[in-house]
Design a binder for this molecule. Structure first.
Ligand code: ZN
Length: 55
């Protein structure tokens, strides 16, 4: 589902970026998760934005 509204896009981006992605199966896990909910792998990485990161 494509999002075109810039304001909405920002909100969606923040939500998406606040997830952990499994390196093994690519499943999205809730922030704070230590194991993948699908494959139980611990190989999770935070999905971060490359530009415009606030400090
Ligand atoms: Zn996984």
């Amino acid at each position: 589902m494509p999002v075109t509204d810039p304001t909405l896009l920002k909100i969606v981006e923040n939500r998406v970026l606040d997830k952990l992605i499994c390196r093994k199966c690519g499943a999205r896990n809730p922030p704070g998760a230590t194991k993948c909910r699908r494959c139980k792998s611990r190989n999770l990485r935070p999905k971060k934005k490359k530009i415009g990161v606030k400090k």
